[in-house]
Design a protein around this ligand. Structure first.
Ligand SMILES: *[C@@H]1O[C@H](CO)[C@@H](O)[C@H](O)[C@H]1NC(C)=O
Length: 348
């Protein structure tokens, strides 16, 4: 009995080591397991058009993340949404006239996925950032719904801290979308005096994103007093990192998360703190850059149609994901628009 206890003690110590040290995480997987588990085809090569110009290189010959001509895109990579993230990157490259001028910032908190990105997109300019789930675990309240939430959902709060100081602007994208237009158009959108830009939805009933307790307590609801807050989706955002860092918005978001732990001011997870800090102060971006809701609602098997108007980005927000529906042979009609960017599986 004693040796079992010793053994389990050793085991949890070893597990703690793995959790604490990202460099040890590869020990969790058998040497060949990771490649077999996620098999992606190599994407076709992509090249800059003549008018793009050449990118600066650092002293080592490596592309420099500080090159001011780069377009910066941040996406999370996690096991569950990996297929979506890879398709999103693929779609961005395919529709960009200067694909070699895009720098990808991948946020991860579990497995070592760097080699997978490298082998799928051999020329890609990218960096992988380890986002420590411990940063938000203490800030996420333990309601049933939020217990199901990935800490990586909150990584977008920390982009200003994680990315290099020379990176002044970033486009944050969810993993369940594809871009079907040149991302440089989104990149050059003016934010005016604002810190973040996103499509706004002012017809949505903003009241419903917060609890009755929030609205009845002036200490909290006064935050919206001199604003006209509108709902926006945090899955597509252009962020001015210089302004973000200066105003320390990460701390402001964390402060609302702390209030949520004691006062329960909202039901959803990572979205409401963003609404609390930014709603009403958002630079409105054209709705074509977030044709959202294609995942459908909670009714199983429900399919959504596109909103009227032009489309530059298709977003499968909601409960269904196109890769799961395609695999189950019961796709929604619009899932066919996602399929061409899928690189999962071996070459046909
Ligand atoms: C918005 O939602 C709240 C709470 O559910 C409700 O009381 C209110 O009537 C709604 N407002 C509109 C304009 O629909």
């Amino acid at each position: 009995m004693l040796w079992i206890m010793r053994f389990s003690g050793f085991f949890s110590a070893a597990m703690a080591m793995v959790v604490l040290s990202p460099s040890l995480q590869s020990f969790q997987m058998p040497p060949t397991g990771s490649e077999n588990r996620f098999s992606f085809r190599k994407a076709a090569a992509f090249r800059n058009a003549d008018e793009c110009g050449s990118n600066q290189r650092g002293v080592s010959g490596e592309p420099s993340v500080c090159d001011p001509s780069l377009v910066h895109v941040a996406i999370t990579l996690d096991v569950e949404y990996l297929r979506g993230s890879i398709a999103a990157v693929h779609s961005i490259l395919q529709h960009s006239s200067c694909p070699e001028s895009i720098f990808f910032h991948f946020l991860v908190s579990e497995t070592n996925l760097e080699s997978l990105v490298q082998s799928t997109f051999p020329q890609l300019k990218f960096k992988v950032y380890y986002f420590d789930p411990k940063i938000v675990r203490n800030l996420i309240s333990t309601s049933v719904r939020q217990a199901l939430e990935q800490p990586l959902n909150y990584a977008r709060n920390y982009l200003a801290d994680l990315l290099e100081g020379c990176v002044r602007r970033v486009i944050y994208l969810d993993s369940d979308l594809v871009v079907v237009d040149d991302i440089s158009k989104l990149w050059t959108t003016s934010l005016g005096s604002r810190t973040i830009g996103a499509p706004e939805y002012c017809h949505a009933n903003f009241t419903t994103y917060f609890t009755a307790g929030f609205w009845s307590d002036k200490r909290f609801s006064a935050t919206f007093a001199r604003r006209k807050p509108c709902y926006f989706n945090t899955g597509v955002m252009v962020i001015d990192l210089v302004k973000w860092r200066k105003a320390r918005y990460t701390k402001r978001i964390e402060r609302w998360m702390e209030i949520q732990k004691s006062d329960r001011i909202y039901e959803l997870g990572s979205l409401p703190p963003f609404l609390l800090v930014f709603a009403g102060h958002v630079a409105p971006i054209e709705h074509r850059w977030n044709q959202h809701g294609l995942g459908g609602d909670n009714v199983r098997g429900s399919c959504r149609d596109l909103h009227p108007g032009p489309v530059s980005l298709l977003h499968w927000s909601g409960s269904g994901k196109p890769w799961l529906r395609l695999d189950s042979k019961r796709p929604c009609p619009l899932d066919a628009l996602w399929a061409p960017y899928d690189l999962y599986g071996h070459s046909p």
